[in-house]
Design a protein around this ligand. Structure first.
Ligand code: CU
Length: 166
């Protein structure tokens, strides 16, 4: 009896921690320590990652050496950066992934895209675990609300199970 209750508690806590991980946003440093640079395999970098709406991409590079341009599939294939799309140049460019679907980013400096593989394509998944955000709350606000709700729920559940045991 006692051991089965304990495993139930462990199972519930494990489930809650998985849920909390799923609904909390992740910041991805593109290229990790290498950053946004020449001759890095960004497809290999992205391959084992799951991007979800609410996550962020951070492009780190020496300002002036590179830039970040959001393009479409054709612009990605042909390495054509249309200035109308807006070019990010700060050297620490943060992009919030706000909609699901395929996203393409390239460096528009010289031939860094064509010749030095400065191009990244990812697929952003919808945020299925989170409820529709309340109108009054920002994206991060609603994420925090969901996490804290799950946390409070978990603590309450844990408390009732412990009192049930003793
Ligand atoms: Cu570049």
């Amino acid at each position: 009896m006692a051991s089965s209750s304990l495993s139930t508690i462990v199972f519930i806590l494990a489930t809650l921690s998985v849920l909390a991980t799923l609904v909390s946003a992740t910041d991805y440093i593109v290229g990790d320590e290498s950053g946004w640079t020449l001759d890095f395999d960004y497809q290999a970098w992205a391959k084992d990652k799951v991007f979800v709406v609410g996550d962020k991409l951070v492009f780190n590079y020496a300002s002036g050496a590179h830039n970040v341009v959001k393009v479409n599939g054709t612009g990605f294939q042909q390495c054509t950066a249309l200035s109308a799309n807006g070019t990010l140049t700060s050297g620490r460019d943060v992009i919030s992934l706000q909609t699901p679907g395929r996203k393409w980013y390239i460096c528009g400096v010289a031939k860094h895209c064509e010749l030095r593989s400065m191009k990244l394509v990812i697929t952003v998944l919808p945020q299925t675990m989170a409820p529709a955000p309340a109108p009054a709350l920002s994206q991060s606000g609603s994420t925090t609300l969901v996490v804290s709700t799950i946390y409070v729920f978990g603590v309450a559940l844990f408390g009732s199970l412990v009192s049930f045991l003793v």
